[in-house]
Design a protein around this ligand. Structure first.
Ligand SMILES: C[S@@+](CC[C@H](N)C(=O)[O-])C[C@H]1O[C@@H](n2cnc3c(N)ncnc32)[C@H](O)[C@@H]1O
Ligand code: SF4
Length: 384
């Protein structure tokens, strides 16, 4: 069966940070000496050049510079990547271009430069406004620096700003989590991401969990109270961890959750492409180690792995994304994105509806509150 290609995004990975945080399992490496900025930009462009046949004739609807800490790269480097990408791919008018930023790397003048380079959305890794929590998380900035960084970006004219917060932090109680949200809201960002701290394998926190971690019930209380506070202050939840003012949802992440396509360039970057005529869905990822990537970016060896998503895997992969959304999904979208008929998931849907995990609203399948709480169980139903 052929697939109608969904919207396409571009993800650009920058794999360095000032210092590695003890909870983080992203492909990020503490900076040692000067970064090979120009060399890495050349590598990204060479990587993109070779991925282009996967995206012929298609329009890019969003670009996301993620990391690591992309704000370690100066505006000129970010501009060079964007210029190269827009010379090779058709950019939709007014497309969203996000740059992840560590507040400890923000400088005067830089935001101006990013804006001129084509960035129109900044995502700050604030994590908390409590200096004790920030220290226990091993962050390189305090709360004052985070507030100043956000104001610098706003003064430069960037109004589409996201703040990342984490909750269930060591030593945190629900009142502290609410205070973090209040201080975030006071900065009037367009978007707030509110992530529960998870102890990821291969991190320092996993090997040696910090003392005073809130238990599951306390974590759930924080989630509920913060969600209510965000709703009262004008930030509607639209995904498990994402809240936005009206019209300010993150277009790039929405495309992931709607099972859209994306090209991924950079060390360890993942891509997903629907190959229209053959009906195949290709996942491709790049070699992870930055040095390795730099050496291989211009050749086939840059590809760390590839797999085709078999039809039997697609319902699970689709649900893993779409059921994170408060709005759920339309059955017609399921069919268009997976190439499978809706009858293929009728039994699982009936079971989930019977258990009170999903509700049916005409064409739409919407997770209930219970379904959101037991999201893993719901998704597991679709595993084949
Ligand atoms: C790539 S980082 C954002 C930019 C920059 N690297 C920074 O940290 O300031 C992406 C976000 O993922 C979240 N994150 C990272 N590790 C996490 C974990 N173990 N549990 C929950 N959220 C996590 C943090 O909120 C972080 O801001
Ligand atoms: S949380 Fe951000 S700053 Fe910390 S190591 Fe991960 S990517 Fe780097």
């Amino acid at each position: 069966m052929s697939l109608i290609p969904p919207p396409l995004s571009l993800y650009v990975h920058i794999p360095w940070c000032v210092r590695k945080c003890p909870y983080c399992d992203f492909n990020s490496h503490g900076q040692q000496g000067a970064l090979p900025v120009d060399e890495y930009v050349d590598a990204l462009i060479a990587d993109l050049d070779q991925d282009l046949p996967l995206a012929w004739g298609r329009t890019v609807h969003s670009v996301f510079f993620g990391g690591g800490t992309p704000s370690l790269f100066p505006p000129g480097a970010i501009g060079r990547i964007l210029d190269a990408a827009s010379a090779r791919l058709r950019f939709a008018p007014g497309l969203e271009v996000t740059l992840e930023t560590n507040p400890g790397t923000a400088e005067h003048g830089r935001f101006d430069g990013y804006l001129r380079a084509g960035v129109n959305r900044i995502s700050f890794g604030v994590q908390s406004f409590d200096d004790g929590c920030l220290q226990r998380l091993g962050r390189i900035h305090d709360s004052g620096e985070a507030e100043r960084a956000v104001k610098l970006a706003q003064d430069a004219g960037l109004d589409n700003i996201n703040l990342d917060l984490m909750y269930a932090l060591p030593g945190q109680d629900p009142a502290m989590a609410e205070r973090d949200v209040e201080r975030a809201v006071a900065l009037a960002p367009a978007h707030i991401s509110h992530y529960q701290l998870t102890l990821e394998p291969n991190t320092v926190f996993h090997a040696r969990p910090p003392p005073d971690l809130p238990d599951d019930d306390a974590g759930w209380t924080m989630q509920e109270r913060c969600q209510a506070l965000l709703a009262q202050t004008g930030y509607a939840q639209y995904e498990t961890s994402a809240y936005a003012r009206p019209g300010r949802q993150c277009a790039h992440n929405l495309n992931y959750w709607r099972f859209g396509d994306y090209l991924g360039i950079g060390a360890g970057a993942h891509g997903k492409l629907s190959l229209g005529a053959s009906g195949e869905i290709l996942r491709r990822w790049k070699v992870k180690n930055p040095r390795d990537y730099l050496a291989k970016a211009a050749s086939q060896a840059r590809i760390g792995g590839e797999e085709r998503v078999a039809p039997a895997q697609r319902p699970f992969e689709y649900m893993l994304n779409a059921l994170r959304l408060i709005e759920g999904f339309a059955l017609a979208d399921f069919e268009a994105r997976t190439g499978l008929p809706r009858a293929d998931i009728a039994d699982e849907l009936a079971t989930a509806v019977g258990r009170g995990w999903l509700s049916v609203d005409g064409e739409r399948i919407v997770p209930t509150e219970l379904g959101r709480r037991f999201a893993n169980d719901v998704i597991t139903l679709f595993l084949r």
